[in-house]
Write a protein that binds this ligand. Sequence first.
Ligand code: GSH
Length: 210
Amino acid sequence: MEIYGHFASAPANQVRLAVSALGIDATYHHVDLQAGEQKSPEYLAINPFGKVPAMVDGDFKLAESNAICRYLGGKVGGPMYPDDPHQQAKVDQWMEFAVNHIRTNMSKVLFNRMFAPMMGLPVDESSLKEGQDFLDQYLPMVENQLADSTFITGDQMTLADIALIAAMEPFDQVQISLESYPHITSWRSGIMAQPFYQAVHAHYGAEMAG
Ligand SMILES: N[C@@H](CCC(=O)N[C@@H](CS)C(=O)NCC(=O)O)C(=O)O
C-alpha cells in the first residue's frame, strides 16, 4: 500500500496516524506541495483532485482523508471502525465533526498565525477571527463529550479520535490555550504518548519546524 502526504497537512497526517494505529504496512511518499508536485501529471493520475492525502492499494486509488481512513478501518476490521451500525455511525459523526468544524477552523488560525508570516503573505484578520470564534464554539463540545468517556465515542479509541487528534495537532503552534479544556488536554496527551502516534511523529511541532 502507498500513502501520499505532506508533514504539514492535517488530512494527510490523519491518514498516516490511521495507518499506524491500524498496524498497516504502507510506504509513505512525501509530496512537495510547495513545488506543486500535487499538480504534476504523475500525481494527478493517482489523485485527480491534486491534493494530499492519497492512497493506492493494488489497483485501487482513493483520495479524501475520511474516505481513506474508513476504507482502511473497514479493511482491517475491529474496534477502530466498528461493524455495528450505530457504533460506526457515531464514529462517522465525529469524523465529520472533526474535519468540518475543528480542522477547517484550525486551518484558518494556523494559516494566519504561522504560514502567512512565514511565507511573507498578509494576515487575513477576519479569517483568523472567524477560525478562533468557531473553535471557541466547537471545542467545548469536544470537551463535554470527553468528560463522559475516555475516547470520543466511548472506552475504545476509534478513527474518530484519529480525525480529531490530527485536526488538533497544531494547538501549540497556533498558541491556543488548552487551559479551559482539561479533558481534551489529558485525552490528547494520552494519545500522543502512544507508540502508534510516536511512530508517525515524535513531536508534530519538531516536524513543522523542520
Ligand atoms: N478534503 C480533503 C482536503 C485535502 C487538502 O485540502 N489537502 C491540502 C493540504 S492540507 C492540499 O493538498 N493542498 C494542495 C493544493 O490544493 O494544491 C481531505 O480531507 O483529504
